[in-house]
Design a protein around this ligand. Sequence first.
Ligand SMILES: C[C@H](O)[C@H](O)[C@H]1CNC2=NC(N)=NC(=O)C2=N1
Length: 117
Amino acid sequence: MEQLAEKICVACEDNSPRISDTEIAQLKPQIPDWEIVEEEGEARLKRVYKFHDFMTALSFTNKVGDKAEKAGHHPALLTEWGKVTVSWWTHSIGGLHINDFIMAAKTDKVAEEFVTK
Ligand SMILES: C[C@H](O)[C@H](O)[C@H]1CNC2=NC(N)=NC(=O)C2=N1
């Protein structure tokens, strides 16, 4: 099974394909704690990470931000005391692309470096 967290985001254009239901069924088990939610009429991947304080949450946020900038694919990040809500979707196609699944898996890897609760 291809490991999502090891994959690299592909360039994404307006006409890139959304991820298929078959691919979602295959790949979702690698990111079990992520939910697929509908927001503003678009499917998004969303997960809340919990931390023991604000600065740890902020540090996690920055690390995810660095990964995003390097990958050229950017999440919505909501940093609060003790928690960060991360959402991934692909603006250019108004929904989910394989890149979002790759970045969700990479986000889980970043979280492994932190003490979460
Ligand atoms: C030109 C630039 O690469 C694009 O605008 C990228 C930037 N980061 C992005 N991030 C996300 N999540 N979706 C996009 O469609 C997207 N587009």
